[in-house]
Design a protein around this ligand. Structure first.
Ligand SMILES: *Cc1c(COP(=O)(O)O)cnc(C)c1O
Length: 341
């Protein structure tokens, strides 16, 4: 497969239009058969449900080139399931899970020249999403929807080396106890924009959100889950029904237990405990793990012992093992790596 002549190391994380995208429409209670198209534009009625009442959800996953030159993607069945769960909560039609995985494969195959070569550190990001298309003015779910997947090549996340992040504990809430924090709805991001812009203006990289009900427990950031490492090398992650179940975080917990032989635990984590941890990382598809160096709680600085220059030792092992699995250097658990043929 002839690759595009792109400057893979410097493409960053932005939209680069590629050749083909997948589109399927839902009407009269059924999805059509779906097609690959070259048309990157979506034309909608002015009153479309998505434009009036934000009925939209999305997913995110990547395709890579492995060390032996295969094009693969990582656990697309998990994204299919999560989008299924999200659609139910938003009163949207579910997209069949096996069709989701098939569409992912089709769209990667059709844009294979944009899957960056092994060793570039870059990858092809896939964005599946769904939105209400027909006119809706009274508040109710749309009856017609579009499901799409586009792809865009993205550069290496840790370009120029790893830089541990500084977080601030936010005064804004990300998710209500019985709200939509556990699903990948666009609305969760719309309402987080003011909080992230405010954090950036104050000099922080990310927000640490607390549980909205008591504001005593750690939840997540705007787009990544937390992993903490205790001083006796146990890997812990917050347990809450309002956290988005990150596929990266769930995979890293398996890696910690099965590959590194570490004790793992999903439990409530109190803000008061933060100063007891040895390491902290943010988990998500974009970076796999970004190390956190400092957390600021209204002027009080909590400095992680792993410091502000590198990943902590356990975070690093987790990162190297999971990326090794994704790149085909380390044997993967059954079903994690899906080859595009
Ligand atoms: C997408 C997302 C994550 C990361 O999930 P992955 O499946 O690991 O990419 C974490 N938190 C939020 C709020 C998200 O939307």
């Amino acid at each position: 497969m002839e690759k595009k002549n792109l400057d893979w190391a410097n493409i960053g994380f932005g939209y680069v239009q590629t050749e083909k995208r997948y589109v399927s429409n839902y009407k009269d209670g059924a999805w059509d058969e779906g097609v690959l198209t070259e048309d990157a534009n979506v034309v909608l009625n002015e009153c479309a449900g998505v434009l009036q009442y934000a009925q939209t959800c999305f997913e995110g996953l990547k395709a890579y080139t492995t060390v032996d030159g295969r094009t693969v993607t990582f656990r697309p069945d998990m994204n299919a399931q999560r989008m299924f769960d999200t659609a139910k909560r938003l009163e949207m039609p579910t997209f069949p899970k096996e069709r989701f995985v098939d569409a992912v494969k089709q769209v990667i195959k059709a844009n294979e020249s944009y899957v960056p070569p092994f060793g570039s550190g870059a990858s092809l990001y896939l964005r599946p999403y769904m939105f209400g298309t027909n006119p809706v003015i009274g508040v109710k779910p749309a009856t017609e929807y579009q499901f799409r997947i586009f792809t865009t090549p993205v550069g290496p996340y840790f370009k120029g080396g790893v830089k541990p992040l500084t977080l601030c504990i936010s005064d804004f809430d990300r998710a209500a106890p019985n709200g939509t924090g556990h699903i990948k709805a666009g609305l969760n991001y719309a309402m987080s924009l003011h909080a992230i812009v405010s954090a950036h203006n104050a000099g922080y990289d990310e927000n640490m959100y607390l549980d909205a009900a008591t504001r005593t427990k750690v939840e997540e950031t705007g787009g990544a889950n937390f992993l903490f490492v205790t001083k006796d090398n146990k890997v812990v992650t917050p347990k809450s029904s309002s956290i988005l179940p990150s596929i990266t975080r769930r995979s890293l917990m398996v890696v910690a237990k099965e590959y590194l032989g570490l004790e793992v635990e999903e439990r409530e984590i109190f803000k008061e405990e933060l100063s007891d941890f040895a390491e902290c990382g943010l988990c998500g598809t974009a970076a796999v793990i970004s190390p956190v160096g400092k957390i600021v709680d209204h002027g009080k600085e909590i400095c992680l012992p792993s410091g502000m220059t590198e990943m902590g030792p356990i975070t690093k092992k987790l990162y190297e093992t999971l990326t090794g699995i994704q790149m085909g250097k380390i044997e993967a658990p059954e079903g994690w790596i899906v080859e595009i043929k």
